[in-house]
Design a protein around this ligand. Structure first.
Ligand code: F6R
Length: 616
């Protein structure tokens, strides 16, 4: 939550800051602001409630002098509503220092009291202003911005990334982080800071990680990173795997539409280099080789869409590798004394790698003796750093707030893990693994087919349903997480009440919701399998149809058994059972997006949400 960018160098600060904020607007978009310092030490601020475009208009209407040093911020409100006064930057040292913040300072009330008693006045309701005033006071005592930052961070409780500039020190930006994201961009004669690499990928693909509880000072030709106590710390440099064009809309009407179209590629890229000759090899699992040989239980921790990917991972890990798996919402997991042993592998799943609930759960798991594996999409993120090993999904940058292509990539990564474990544990034969690998490799083409063939009809349905107030989703076995994911997408994008249910649960309560006209999506299992799931789900369809529901079935090609009972059938290509959900989810992603679009909503930036949830 909140996008942060900092710059020092010969270029135009304003251009770099506004560009960096634009690329990170998905992190928070209820207000935006910049502070620019010119070489003579004049500090100019502009900040506005609303999306970045409002700030850009303000800068055009009321320009400020550009400079070569600056910080910028997009906000997702925590303390204090989204009004101009609460937008960042906030000021300290009598307006000579500007500071921006991502996170929550938990002891801000007592800090505010202390500052008020010392004669400071507040102009906002934010926790951030307390930090700005404190760093300003510390600067007055030390005359050194880095030292001032170090003095203050030790007093702050909670999670934070802070960036500050001071009128006395053009050419210097100081940052600090605890449990909140910050990465460095390394340029030629210029350096950058950002909440994620999107902030500066337009200017450089060289980046550097900053660890927890560290302070960073950037100058045009120098970057120094220290611990909060001032001792030097090593920092890892890495190359950003994608270029700026990957995070551009490129002619699509929305990032979400573009990202759904990239689902096939996201799966293909996640498989690349990890499957060969019918076998799976994930070199990144090497640091966990001992633990994997010994694992007796896996706990998948994640939130939202990533948790639904985790649920699908459970089906594969249990079916193929015969390891018991629990899937837990990260925020529930760590507050209820979970039983963990050195033989427990905790697998976190996170697109951003910054979700605070998941980060804290990973730390908890490590502290309590479990081994940890991160499945993550964003490079340079915190959760992989805090884990014993990381398997990156290579979905590329996901800009739309609602996760789509990252979801299918997460499932693919979990399936790879399950197959590698199945081979090492001898729970599948080589032929069975080769069959599964073949199915995985067929997914990109299958996904491309589903998206190409169903999108138009789905869009028509969505436009026809513009006034719908409630949609239900039913699925069974691997169709159940798909139902949950479909419902979540509709809630968050189209602001329509939606629920996903396990189809078998219908008669235990949810069927009471069915009344004439109720729209129900049903994910229908293939009739080709020996079990009776297809028959059971078709019976469920008949039960809800009998009560007036309008049924949209997602069913495989050639499934004629479902036709007499569904109002509409969306077809997916044939796949083995565990692979069906990856194909079935794409039309539901399209449906959420199209219904939101039909209602005239912003599908990329739904209300109240932020892409990277860096507060608990
Ligand atoms: C839903 C969505 C969220 C995220 C969740 C976890 O479309 O995007 O539910 O999946 O906030 O985020 P990450 O994967 O970044 O940990």
């Amino acid at each position: 939550m909140c996008g942060i960018v900092g710059y020092v160098g010969p270029g135009s600060s304003l251009e770099v800051l506004v560009g960096g904020l634009r690329r990170q607007e998905y992190r928070g978009y209820d207000s935006a602001g910049v502070a620019v310092l010119d070489d003579g030490g004049t500090l100019a601020i502009r900040k506005k409630a609303g999306k970045l475009a409002v700030l850009v208009d303000e800068l055009a209407a009321s320009p400020i002098a550009d400079g070569h040093t600056g910080i910028g911020h997009t906000r997702w409100a925590t303390h204090g509503g989204p009004v101009d006064e609460n937008a960042h930057p906030h000021l300290g040292d009598d307006g000579r220092l500007a500071l921006i913040h991502n996170g929550i300072i938990e002891n801000f009330a007592e800090l505010r009291e202390e500052l008020a008693a010392a004669g400071e006045t507040f102009t906002s309701e934010t926790d951030t202003e307390a930090a700005a005033l404190l760093v300003g006071r510390a600067y007055r005592e030390t005359g050194d911005l880095t030292e001032a930052m170090r003095r203050v961070v030790g007093r702050l409780e909670g999670a934070f990334t802070l960036l500050a500039v001071h009128a006395d020190t053009p050419g210097v930006v100081v940052g600090a982080r605890r449990n909140s994201p910050l990465v460095i961009g390394l340029g030629e004669g210029e350096n950058f800071l950002g909440s994620d690499v999107a902030a500066f990928v337009e200017h450089t693909r060289r980046a550097m990680e900053i660890g927890q509880d560290q302070v960073v000072t950037i100058r045009p030709n120098e970057v120094s990173v220290t611990a909060f106590d001032g001792s030097p710390v090593p920092a890892r440099e890495f190359e950003i795997a994608w270029d700026a064009s990957a995070a551009e809309k490129g002619g699509w009407s929305s990032f979400m539409k573009k990202e759904i179209s990239e689902e096939p590629e996201a799966v293909a890229n996640t498989l690349r280099g990890r499957v060969q000759d019918g076998r799976v090899r994930i070199p990144e699992l090497e640091p966990l080789a001992d633990a994997l040989a010994d694992v007796d239980r896996i706990v998948v921790i994640a939130c939202g869409t990533a948790a639904y990917a985790g649920m699908l991972g459970k089906y594969a890990l249990e079916a193929w590798a015969h390891v018991p798996v629990d899937v837990e919402l990260s925020h529930e997991f760590r507050y209820r004394d979970p039983v963990l042993t050195p033989r427990t592998l905790v697998v976190s799943v996170s697109q951003s790698g910054e979700t605070m609930d998941t980060l804290m759960a990973v730390k908890y798991a490590r502290e309590h003796g479990a081994r940890t594996l991160s499945i993550c999409n964003a490079q340079g993120a915190t959760i992989p750093r805090e884990s014993d090993a990381v398997v990156y999904t290579h979905a590329g940058p996901e800009v739309a707030v609602a996760s789509t292509k990252a979801f299918v990539a997460q499932v693919a990564a979990l399936y790879l893990l399950a197959l590698q474990l199945a081979e090492s544990r001898g729970t599948l034969t080589h032929a069975e693994i080769a069959r599964a690998v073949e199915q995985l490799q067929a997914l990109p083409e299958g996904l491309a087919t589903v998206i190409a063939e169903s999108s138009e009809r789905i869009a028509e349905l969505a436009h026809w349903m513009g006034d719908t107030e409630s949609v239900l989703y039913l699925g069974r076995h691997v169709g159940y997480p798909v139902a949950l994911e479909g419902a979540l997408k509709l809630k968050e994008l189209a602001y329509i009440h939606a629920e996903g249910f396990a189809a078998g649960e219908l008669k235990h309560g949810p069927i009471a919701l069915i009344e004439p006209g109720q729209v129900v999506f049903v994910i229908v299992p293939s009739p080709r399998h020996a079990d009776s799931l297809h028959r059971k789900v078709v019976s469920n369809i008949q039960e809800i149809r009998a009560r007036g529901a309008r049924v949209i079935a997602i069913a495989e090609l050639g499934d004629v058994g479902v036709v007499p009972y569904a109002d509409e059938v969306i077809r997916i290509p044939l796949a083995d059972r565990l692979f069906e959900p990856i194909l079935a989810v794409a039309p539901l992603h399209v449906f959420g997006m199209e219904l939101a679009a039909a209602k005239g909503l912003d599908v990329d930036q739904p209300r109240n949400l932020a892409k990277s949830v860096t507060v608990e």
